[in-house]
Ligand binder design. Sequence first.
Ligand code: G3P
Ligand code: CA
Length: 242
Amino acid sequence: MNIINFAHRGASAVAPENTMAAFRKGLELGATGIETDVQMTSDGAIVIIHDENLSRTTTGSGYVKDKTLREVLEVDAGSWFSPEFTGERIPTLDELLDLLQGRETVLNIELKNGTFLYPGMEEKVIAAVREQGMSERVVISSFNHYSLAYCKSLAPEIRTGILYGEGLYRPWNYAATLQADALHAHYSSVLPEFVTDATESGIVYHPWTVNDPERMTYLIEAGVAGIITDHPDVLAGLLAAR
Ligand code: G3P
Ligand code: CA
């Protein structure tokens, strides 16, 4: 089985997270998957940014939910990382889906709907994925597990991944009750015997965020189906050497 090499927020170690530059760089460095985060604007556009607030990663301030798409597109999302990336914008989900057209890349869309619920977000994300014919190559993940169950009820053909840190007992059983397909666990809560039991139940593991090569090797040997990393080049090297 090919292990999916998910570039976390794109190649976020070498380019500003969740920008088109970071996604392109991730693909260049050998990623076979992209992990990204979505929020929703006041006029209902699905945009790519990790935080609810613009201030950490852009020249803007305030909450995405209070801005129109036009306002969100005006801020710079690259200069905080390095002057070389000045001019990078916050992408829309459609732009990222466009970039992945004609490729085999798997797209892991994390709905950031834990703090604000963003009514209608699930429908909009599913519609965008379906319109671009990407249903088979997308996994929708979230820490909001009610939202994932809702996504599955709307779109049974799109995979879902339960995001969690630790503390879930036999999480593959929990995933099955939510009709989820994958466990997006913090790497510290993944043991080889868990991966075996989950896989036997038809649930795969995509642990996050794994940057240490030794931990990557441990998880590869444990049998995970994918790894989410800021360093897709390091993971690609390990996978190629197997
Ligand atoms: O997909 C896993 C990981 O991205 C979850 O944490 O904060 O990086 O979105 P965060
Ligand atoms: Ca994320």
